[in-house]
Design a protein around this ligand. Structure first.
Ligand code: CA
Length: 154
């Protein structure tokens, strides 16, 4: 199933609904302790985090500006998600917290892989801050519009 989720071609990749209806979820993932909305996001967000590549300082700045302009439900939902993952409320996500949320999904990663994900997202490789998380987790296709890009560069 992971292979289906990771298909590059959008038409072949499982969408969230198909994934949630897959027997792995219905059988093994009761997810009682976090909200449905957050559950729905798990795989998408975690795979975005995992595929996130370090970006230049400038790109990061542009992304943060786009996110500020986005003002969409998506940001609100991701904010909620961040709070769920940040178990101890420090405002930062560390490897243990990332591992804890990952254990609730079908995504299995080794400690080393988790550390690598954090290193990709955070320059110090220790903690993912809120803005780093949003930048890495958001589906950029949904917030990048020609109008917004134009607004930033003019
Ligand atoms: Ca924390």
């Amino acid at each position: 199933m992971i292979r289906q989720l990771l298909k590059l071609d959008d038409s072949k990749r499982y969408d969230g609904k198909q994934a949630l209806n897959h027997k792995w979820f219905t059988k093994f993932a009761p997810h009682k302790d976090i909200s449905d909305e957050v559950n729905r996001l798990n795989d998408q967000v975690l795979s975005n985090l995992r595929n996130y590549k370090s970006v230049s300082h400038l790109k990061r700045k542009v992304m943060n500006m786009l996110i500020k302009m986005a003002n969409t439900n998506e940001v609100a939902v991701l904010t909620q998600y961040f709070k769920e993952v940040d178990i101890d409320g420090t405002g930062k996500i560390n490897a243990d917290e990332l591992k804890a949320i990952m254990d609730k999904t079908t995504i299995k990663m080794t400690n080393e892989e988790i550390n690598n994900v954090i290193k990709q997202i955070d320059e110090d490789g220790q903690n993912i801050t809120y803005s780093e998380f949003i930048a890495a987790a958001i589906d950029l296709r949904s917030i990048v519009t020609p109008e917004r890009v134009k607004a930033i560069f003019t």
